[in-house]
Design a protein around this ligand. Sequence first.
Ligand code: M6R
Length: 611
Amino acid sequence: MCGIVAYVGDKQAAPIIIKGLKRLEYRGYDSAGIALLNGKLNVYKKQGKVADLEQVLDGKTLNSTIGIGHTRWATHGEPNDVNAHPHYSGSKNLALIHNGIIENYESLKKELISRGHTFDSDTDSEVLIHLIEDIRDNNDCTLGRAVRLAMQQVIGAYAIVVMDKDAPSQLIAARKGSPLVIGVGKGEFFLASDATPIIEYTNEVVYLDDYEIAVINEGELEVKSHKDVPKTPYIQTLEMELESIEKGGYEHFMLKEIFEQSRSIGDCLRGRIYPKDALIKLGGLRKHGNTIANANRIIIVACGTSWHAGLVAEYIFEELARIPVEVEYASEFRYRNPIINEGDVVFAISQSGETADTLAALELAKKKGAHIYGVCNVVGSSIARLTDAGVYTHAGPEIGVASTKAFTAQVTVLTLIALMIAKKRNSLSDEAIKELSRELESVPEKVAIALENAAEIEKISAVYKDAKNFLYLGRGYNFPVALEGALKLKEISYIHAEGYPAAEMKHGPIALIDEEMPVVVIATRDSSYDKVVSNIQEVKARKGKIIAVVTKGDALIPSMADHVIEVPDTHPVLMPLVSVIPLQFLSYYIAVMRGCNVDQPRNLAKSVTVE
Ligand code: M6R
């Protein structure tokens, strides 16, 4: 939530920062701003998109080789020009951008007001820059020290960057709980919430850790702990390609990411699966296989789509590895004093690796003595770094707010983990592991076939684009897929949708069904197929409209359903990887036809870094 970008070097800062903000716009898009040093410390900000900010900048002299920029997802204070970042200090000599939430901002603000400070905005963030200036003025110290002392008083989460009118080559950054990456170029530095604004200029990066403060001055980077202990910055080389964060000819990132899934699942499997030897190699878990296999139970914590992937994993782990699994919304888990016993294993699933609730749930589990592991997409993310070990999904950057390729990559990784544990626990024969592994290897090809349905699903979407409600039904492995389909539709097209286990329909939701109600049924061939067919008949008897996702060659359901979308057959355990594809397309096309902003749906942000 909120994207921050900063630059200092010998190039013009404004174009770098504006381009970076556009790349980060998926993190927040209700207002944007930039501060540049051009004799004066000038702050320009505007409610709306980065494009609206560009209009404000149009025709202005922006000559500055240092600057900070921000794209906002409002928490404290409504989205407007004043609440947009950067925020000035009282003297207007300092400016700050902030991502996170300052929980004790009211008490800090009261104290600062009593000392004569006045505030322009309703934000928690403005308090920080007043606090920093107050400390600097009253202690006659450097800005770096003032930031450090200020952050010691702050409760909450932050990634901040501060610039000073009188220090044209200095940026100061600090982090706790919100991500911050520093790109190290030749005599220049880039700071951002993730690597996407940086990668075009350098692939050498330093991930700032919690409670660290970075001072960049005169081309030098110095990192210290908030207790003033010097740290040696660890420079990593990123493998991300520029084209992976661009639309590549697609109208939206979401569409591009849907189409990438055959490739991304393949990337996720590469080098990890050896069907001939019934072998699964997950480098990240190499030393932890026995701990997981010997666990009394596995708890999965996640949010949103990642939680749906966790639900699929519950079914897979229990079926293949015969370990009890509980799947928890991270936000509930952390606040309900959960029982965690020695030997429990907790997996966090997160595309971004930055989701605040998931991170906090993991911290709690760690404190209670659990072994904690991660399934993350973003390399170097907070969850990836907090966990004992984990597996990256290698889906590549996911920019569309609606998660698509991350879901299929998560399910793929979780299947690999389940197979690895099944082998260690002898809960599956080598023959069964070989068969499932071979089938898993064929999934990218099957997904490619499912992707060929795009045009047909576009036509179905045109029929239902004005529906007020949707119901999604599935059983077994397809139940989490129903939840995922409903979430996709809700978040990008703003149509109310609910996902249900198909058999639960008659315990309530059936009352909603009439001729106005489209019901998406995921009815692929598995052990509950006949039961799902009965559920379809129950819907038809009440004049509901059926959009059925069926296994290729199904001869029965087409005679009952209003629309049929075929997907290739695969093992039921792997079916979510294929059956989710039509639902992603359906939500995408309906949203486009309703004129919605698919990649940046209202009120949402890609990484939910506040609780
Ligand atoms: O980055 P994470 O996987 O931790 O994000 C979790 C959810 O915020 C995310 O899946 C959200 O529900 C998506 N917008 C769904 O498309």
